[in-house]
Design a protein. Structure first.
Length: 349
């Protein structure tokens, strides 16, 4: 079990949007999936450390991550792949445990799986349409955490099912585990925490921390400082819990270097509007949204080097405008890798 500190890593985070909108180069679901695989291959060639995907249901986005992650695993050899995040309200936890273990084995244990209680979805009662309804006295968040506990128990190889009359003879006595299992996967589960309190809970549970560009609370300080406080509280809670491996922490950032006319055309006007934190309401909470980093690469390098949460995390996930296609996003990642990422302590994988 790892107790060593981790080197600084960067990965891309794709929301997986697809659709026939103006300028879209991912016009169909097939485009979105195949381009995601190609972008992961290109990112690995650049030395990028990870390929991560958002998961949403009833939307033109990535919805079933395991086939996609398995395909990426089969086409690559070094890059990590994972989710940011799977909404556990929608999941059959034992079937998910089987799928996750299979992908992890195909990838030679490169899966980094982000999960959470879920965020607002387009469907009014989407999880219920999938057949998932909270028990009496539960709410959706309680159900998601119960499913998480079942999933995490199953991936350890612990028994979960009573043997029946058709069980093969000669096996170990007791409850049957799911098959396959992948040793070590339990240390590569991340909880998407949207507040300081949920980060502390994740640490107590023994999960890595995945924090995005949104926190469902606001104390009036800049976003990076609030997120750095969240990370500090998480690590303190981890140390107090006494888990026997070193946890990883990721943050997400929108980083778009403008180096040519194409970049300027797509993002030049957004630089000023998106270059500061925003405060608003989401899911009933006053929330703080982190700013986007758009502009001259040298300036962005300095700003990211001064970002307290980026410095506190071992992994930075870079959101990509996936609908602009593989060629554009590969160029953007290459420019980040060349001109910006070294300033935060990153070296190619």
């Amino acid at each position: 079990m790892s107790t060593e500190p981790f080197k600084k890593r960067i990965g891309f985070l794709s929301f997986g949007h697809w659709g026939p909108g103006r300028g879209s180069r991912a016009r169909t679901a097939g485009d979105g999936l195949l381009q995601a695989i190609d972008l992961a291959v290109a990112a690995e060639e650049l030395g990028i450390d990870g390929a991560f995907f958002r998961v949403h249901h009833f939307a033109r986005q990535q919805a079933s991550p395991f086939p996609l992650l398995a395909a990426i695993a089969a086409r690559t050899s070094k890059i990590e792949m994972g989710t940011g995040v799977i909404d556990m309200r929608y999941e059959n936890p034992l079937y998910m445990a089987e799928e996750a273990a299979a992908v992890d084995l195909i990838s030679n244990r490169r899966l980094q799986l982000g999960i959470s209680r879920g965020s607002p979805e387009p469907a009014l009662r989407g999880a219920a349409e999938f057949g998932h309804v909270p028990l009496d006295g539960e709410n959706d968040a309680d159900m998601a955490r119960r499913y998480t506990a079942t999933f995490r128990h199953a991936i350890t190889g612990a028994g979960v099912a009573e043997p029946g009359p058709n069980v093969y003879m000669g096996g170990e006595p007791g409850l049957l585990p799911i098959q396959p299992t992948s040793p070590g996967l339990s240390e590569r589960i991340w909880w998407g925490a949207g507040s300081r309190a949920t980060a502390i809970w994740a640490a107590q549970q023994g999960m890595n921390l995945m924090s995005s560009t949104l926190l469902t609370e606001d104390t009036g300080v800049p976003f990076d400082q609030l997120q750095a406080e969240q990370i500090s509280l998480y690590r303190a809670a981890w140390a107090e819990a006494g888990h026997d491996f070193t946890p990883r922490v990721s943050v997400s950032r929108s980083v778009i270097p403008i180096v040519d006319d194409e970049d300027q055309m797509y993002f030049g006007l957004r630089a000023q509007a998106d270059g500061k934190d925003q405060v608003g309401m989401i899911d009933g909470f006053i929330s703080r949204f982190g700013k986007s980093y758009i502009g001259d690469p040298e300036r962005l390098a300095g700003e990211l080097a001064a970002d307290e949460a980026v410095q506190a995390a071992d992994t930075v996930m870079l959101t990509v405008p996936n609908q602009l296609g593989v060629e554009y996003n590969s160029k953007m990642l290459e420019n980040i890798a060349k001109y910006i990422a070294p300033a935060i302590g990153w070296t190619p994988n």
